[in-house]
Each structure stands twice: as structure tokens, then as C-alpha cells.
Design a protein around this ligand. Structure first.
Ligand code: GLY
Length: 340
């Protein structure tokens, strides 16, 4: 049986490991802190549409291709998908203009997007604040409980809780680098940088209004916030800061998240705080991942930026195709050599 070392036990690494095990590889995953990186911190949105923006057509296509794999992927893992869609709200006139741009772009790509009146928004999500300048319904963006997903993916996978310093020292026929923001320490000159994000997990206390049924994204005086419902609670994310390797939650980050979440859903003031976390997204210069062969023994699957959860199933398929010597055309925009 051929052996595979996967470096990184996040959503991408564990999806590669899970998929490779099913294809007959003997797989070991290496990570100093398994399942505690960006995939653990994340909100679990599967959102190629509302994470998109004009000009990001490759990212849209990749995201849609991966989203199409999610129903079967989630079903095999026993992880329910939240498929009620996403609502986007804008607070002031400039925020509404941003929603208009997004809606026009989605329309232009033939994706379903509806402008909601205030009355329609209130009927759809009665606990939201009133008086938004604009609101969109985007039914094609979903979510998953990322922590439940990580637990399901890791079942039956051999995970070694150790830092890898040298890929050459790994005893495996093939190696896949899925180390997210830490990938640059393993592969010289890799164009991957940390992009910090802070996030809150909240609990609905007795007597408080319930969270929305759908994911709600808010543009609040130019700042972005998202509220992802969970049974009995809510995930509120996320800040975006280019501050290098820094996983400390800041007072300013929490302040901004709470203020923006409250502008969207006033009831959050009554919720309990379960946890505050910070994670490092693996950013690349063009906001597209790096998926493909680096050398005869090494495949890259990193740099997924804001979309690691979304892109995990497609990345796993692409890595398996690469290992089989048949690279997929639909991830050609993510080839690692594109910057050289
Ligand atoms: N995908 C959302 C985020 O990275 O915050």
C-alpha cells in the first residue's frame, strides 16, 4: 500500500487524508496542534457567492465546483448542512451600494439573488434590526458546523501531534502540504501569509430572542460581519487583520464584532459569550489557493484564504487526481507555479 504524509490537520488536510484513505493510501497526518487552526476557529460558511466580488471569477468557479461536492461529502461524514441560504443587509447608503454591486455581479453570473423589501426581510428573519437600507436573499450560500466536520473527518485517521520541520524527514512515498498559514515555514518562497481573524461564539440565554434561521452577513458602515446560527447559539465573525503571526484576541476586535453584530441583531446583547478565538487564514497574492504538484514527492494544498472549509472537498479530489498523475483542469487557476 503506498504511504502518504499529510502535513496539517485542518479541514483541508483531514479531507485529503480521509479521501486518500478511501482510495487505498496508508495515511498519517502531522500537526503540532491537530484541529486547532483556522478551520477550528472558523464560522463554517460555505459561501462562494456572498464571499465573492466582481473580478473574482476564478474564485467563484472554484467555490461553486466545491459546493456541488458538499452534499455527498457531508452525507458520507454524517454532518448536516445548513442549506437555508444567506441574507445580506446593508446599514447605510454606501453599504446599500455595496450590496447593489454584489447583487449585480451575482445576477450577471446567473446566480439566484433577490432584493428584499423591509417587510420581506422582517417576515424572513423577524429578530433582525429594522431600518436597513438594503437586503438581499442569496439562497445558494450554505454553512456547516466546522467543529463537527473536523471531528467526523478525523475519525479513523492516524494523527501525529508533532511539528514537521523538514518534509524530507517524513517517511512516506508522497507528501501533501496542507499546513495553512504555517506552510511558508515548510516550503521556501511559498507566497502564503497569515491573515488574522477574530471570532465570537455566543449562547442564547433564556428569554432572549432566537438567532436568525439563516446566515446573516452585515455591511455596517463599511465593516463586514457575519452571524452564523448554531443550535442554541451563534457564531459572529470575523475581523481581518494583516498583522503577521498573532493569535491573540484583541479588545478592539471583540468591540468591533459586538458592535456590528448588535447593529444587525440587537438581541446579541442578551446572549452569553462562550468563547473568543483568533485564527490565521492562509492568504495568497491573488486570493486563490495553491493546489498542485511542487516536485516528484510533494503536492501543495494550501493558501485557501477565507474559503478553506468551502474548498476542502474539491481540494481533496484535486490532490487525489494529482497523486494519480491526472491533474484536474477545473483547478488550473490554483496551480502553484502561477507566480513564477
Ligand atoms: N470565510 C470567512 C472568514 O474567513 O472570515
Amino acid at each position: 500500500m503506498p504511504s502518504l504524509a499529510v502535513v496539517g490537520a485542518g479541514a483541508v488536510g483531514l479531507s485529503v487524508a480521509w479521501r486518500a484513505s478511501r482510495a487505498g493510501w496508508s495515511v498519517t497526518v502531522h500537526d503540532p496542534e491537530p484541529m486547532r487552526g483556522a478551520s477550528w476557529v472558523a464560522g463554517g460558511m460555505l459561501a462562494p457567492l456572498t464571499e465573492g466580488w466582481p473580478g473574482q471569477t476564478d474564485a467563484l468557479e472554484l467555490g461553486l465546483a466545491s459546493l456541488a461536492l458538499w452534499p455527498e461529502f457531508a452525507a458520507r461524514l454524517g454532518c448536516p448542512l445548513m442549506t437555508r441560504g444567506t441574507v445580506v443587509v446593508g446599514v447605510d447608503a454606501a453599504d446599500a451600494a455595496e450590496l447593489d454591486v454584489l447583487a449585480g455581479w451575482l445576477d450577471g453570473h446567473g446566480r439566484e439573488v433577490a432584493r428584499l423589501t423591509r417587510r420581506e426581510l422582517r417576515a424572513a428573519e423577524p429578530s433582525l434590526a429594522q431600518g436597513f437600507r438594503a437586503a438581499l436573499d442569496v439562497p445558494g450560500d450554505w454553512a456547516v458546523d466546522n467543529r463537527a466536520l473536523l471531528a467526523a473527518l478525523s475519525t479513523g485517521v492516524s494523527v501525529v501531534a508533532e511539528q514537521v520541520h523538514d518534509l524530507g524527514a517524513l517517511a512516506a512515498d508522497q507528501v501533501v502540504v496542507c499546513a495553512g498559514a504555517a506552510s511558508g515555514a515548510l516550503v521556501p518562497d511559498l507566497p502564503v501569509r497569515p491573515v488574522k481573524g477574530e471570532i465570537l461564539r455566543l449562547r442564547v440565554r433564556p428569554g432572549a430572542l432566537p438567532p436568525p434561521a439563516r446566515t446573516v452577513r452585515g455591511v455596517v458602515h463599511g465593516r463586514h460581519v457575519y452571524l452564523v446560527p448554531r443550535p442554541g447559539g451563534l457564531v459572529v465573525g470575523a475581523t481581518t487583520r494583516e498583522v503577521g503571526v498573532d493569535r491573540e484576541v484583541t479588545v478592539g476586535g471583540v468591540r468591533d464584532l459586538v458592535a456590528d453584530a448588535e447593529a444587525v441583531l440587537p438581541a446579541v446583547a442578551e446572549y452569553g459569550v462562550v468563547s473568543v478565538d483568533a485564527g490565521l487564514r492562509p492568504g495568497t497574492p491573488d486570493d486563490l489557493p495553491l493546489i498542485g504538484r511542487l516536485d516528484d514527492r510533494t503536492v501543495l494544498a494550501t493558501g485557501h484564504g477565507r474559503n478553506g472549509l468551502l474548498l476542502a472537498p474539491l481540494t481533496a479530489e484535486a490532490v487525489l487526481a494529482e497523486l494519480a498523475g491526472t491533474p484536474r483542469d477545473d483547478v488550473a487557476c490554483a496551480r502553484p507555479g502561477r507566480f513564477t
